[in-house]
Design a protein around this ligand. Structure first.
Ligand code: PLP
Length: 396
């Protein structure tokens, strides 16, 4: 047993729930059916991958969906299908996973890294307004941690400047903005099924979109430049094989039936944790640990992660190590994209991003798997904070 850095036994010794959750009977049955069918790929169409695309389109309240190998490729295909390419700029938030920017590079365009809102940490409409140039072709709001970006002002800006809007919904399966599901709020939306995400087949992705012409172009990018329903060896445009397999789709399609229950479970844990954190003794005028607020317009947070702001006078890496020693491993979150040399060397342009820089220093995440625990166990997280914050060296 590891000894807690603050003495005594760790607050939490029981394991946290693992991710993914155990397979259910419906998943086993559908995977078995696809295995037995011998049709493991999705080459012919009309299989489980197409069913999954249709189910996600329905849930996103749009007519079209395309299942793909992962969300990095999905974002690339959406951009490319919407006509974004070399010479274009795409505005992405500074506080997000690196793939939001590398998908833009894959499309041959320039990621322009704009700051996030200092409170909710989602792409700031003001920062987008300041970053638009006559080369801007698209904007990529990210529905971070399961809460939607504030889409109305972003869509209004995009309409004014003629920009495509590609929603990065990799973390937001089931989230809603002003009562409407994410994914269908712009010109295309992209989900991820990578191993850490709210639904997973190990890897995978899915693009949804409201417009038929955009769908046909995006489908073509993902299917070697073919036209939907066209000839097998007819390739009227340039495209690649970006398809998801039917085997992966068979893990995912039944999952949709329990997604809402899982969101409710994580939501209950988050609500309990917020109540517990409110009771922590204050360190000066500010509450020491607070839940990052959601952007305006969030009507359903899918609770992929819980982002916490730590305002106590404790150094963040020390805090993370001490919390881990108490049996509560938290995540450090994202470095600002603009600080990644590889991106700037590849041509990305970073606007000033003070809010993302601050977040990199004082925001920590509670992982999705932990949020799946019994809400009564949220007390473990708060208790570990109380123990660690009561006796930590101040920030240098
Ligand atoms: C996971 C993630 C991606 C990339 O998804 P993959 O399926 O792993 O390619 C893109 N954007 C965000 C915000 C993500 O969290």
């Amino acid at each position: 047993m590891t000894l807690a850095l603050h003495g005594g036994p760790p607050v939490r010794t029981a394991p946290w729930p693992s991710w993914p959750p155990p397979l259910d009977d419906a998943q086993r049955a559908l995977v078995g059916k696809v295995l037995d069918s011998g049709r493991w790929g999705a080459t012919q169409g009309g299989g489980v991958a197409d069913d999954l695309a249709a189910a996600f389109a329905r849930r996103s309240a749009v007519p079209y969906g395309v299942a793909v190998g992962n969300a990095t490729l999905g974002l690339f295909a959406a951009l490319r299908g919407l006509g974004v390419g070399p010479g274009d700029e795409v505005i992405v938030p500074a506080y997000t996973f690196v793939a939001s920017a590398t998908s833009v590079l894959l499309a041959g365009a320039v990621p322009v890294i704009a700051d996030v809102d200092p409170a909710d940490l989602h792409l700031s409409p003001d920062a987008v307004r300041a970053a638009v140039t006559d080369r801007t072709a698209a904007v990529m709001p990210v529905h971070l941690a399961g809460s939607p970006a504030d889409m109305d002002p972003l869509n209004a800006l995009a309409a004014r400047h003629g920009l495509a809007v590609v929603e990065d919904a990799a973390q937001a399966h089931g989230a809603e903005y002003r009562g409407r599901p994410v994914g269908g709020l712009g010109h295309a939306g992209v989900y991820s099924f990578q191993a850490s995400k709210a639904m997973t087949a190990g890897e995978g992705g899915l693009i949804v979109c409201p417009d038929e012409a955009a769908y046909e172009a995006i489908w073509s990018v993902c299917n070697l430049g073919r036209r939907p329903g066209g000839q097998w060896y007819g390739h009227p445009s340039v495209g690649w094989n970006l398809r998801l397999t039917d085997l992966q789709a068979a893990l995912l399609l039944p999952w949709l039936d329990r997604l809402d229950d899982e969101i409710a479970r994580r939501d209950a844990f988050c609500a309990a944790l917020e109540r517990e954190l409110d009771r922590l003794p204050a360190d000066g005028p500010a509450r020491p640990v607070t839940v990052a607020p959601r952007p305006p317009g969030t009507t359903r947070d899918s609770r992929h992660l819980l982002m916490l702001r730590v305002d106590a006078s404790v150094e963040r890496d020390f805090l993370l190590a001490a919390m881990a020693a108490e049996g509560v491993p938290l995540d450090a979150g994202y470095p600002p994209l603009g600080t990644m040399d590889a991106l700037t060397r590849a041509g990305a342009r970073a606007e000033p991003c003070p809010a993302a820089t601050a977040a990199a220093g004082n925001v920590v995440w509670v992982r999705q798997a932990m949020l799946m625990d019994d809400p009564a166990r949220a007390a473990d997280v708060a208790e570990a904070f109380a123990k660690v914050l009561a006796d930590s060296p101040p920030r240098p």
